[in-house]
Ligand binder design. Structure first.
Ligand code: SF4
Ligand code: SF4
Length: 105
């Protein structure tokens, strides 16, 4: 998820409510993510807490100052969140799952 004042992500958040956001466990302490934000999946893989649920929703979504669909740990967000870009395939899939049209960008 990207985060700029004119970014559609700030009124969306669909990708943070659609997929398991998993990464190598050591990324969490390396980025300074609080333990409460992370769930262990396997001995080597962790994920953002809440994203391994049947109805995924990252616990960090909406916990910051920028509204209910903004990432509350944006500077510490893990690599999958950095890779996903507005308008890419995962964005389109997430928005579809939440009844939103693809971005026109
Ligand atoms: S689904 Fe796309 S538009 Fe929505 S928050 Fe994620 S990257 Fe942004
Ligand atoms: S860490 Fe932030 S960008 Fe990544 S899934 Fe959670 S709320 Fe979304």
């Amino acid at each position: 998820m990207s985060e700029q004042a004119d970014n559609p992500c700030l009124t969306c958040g669909a990708c943070c409510m659609s997929f398991r956001v998993s990464f190598y466990w050591a990324e969490a302490p390396a980025r300074g993510l609080a333990d409460a934000m992370v769930e262990q999946v396997t001995p080597h893989i962790a994920c953002m807490a809440g994203t391994n649920n049947a109805a995924p929703r990252c616990v960090a979504l909406g916990t910051g100052q920028d509204g209910p669909y903004a990432c509350g740990v944006y500077p510490q967000r893990p690599e999958p969140c950095r890779e996903l870009q507005p308008g890419d395939d995962k964005c389109r899939r997430a928005r579809y799952l939440h009844g939103m049209p693809p971005l026109s960008c």
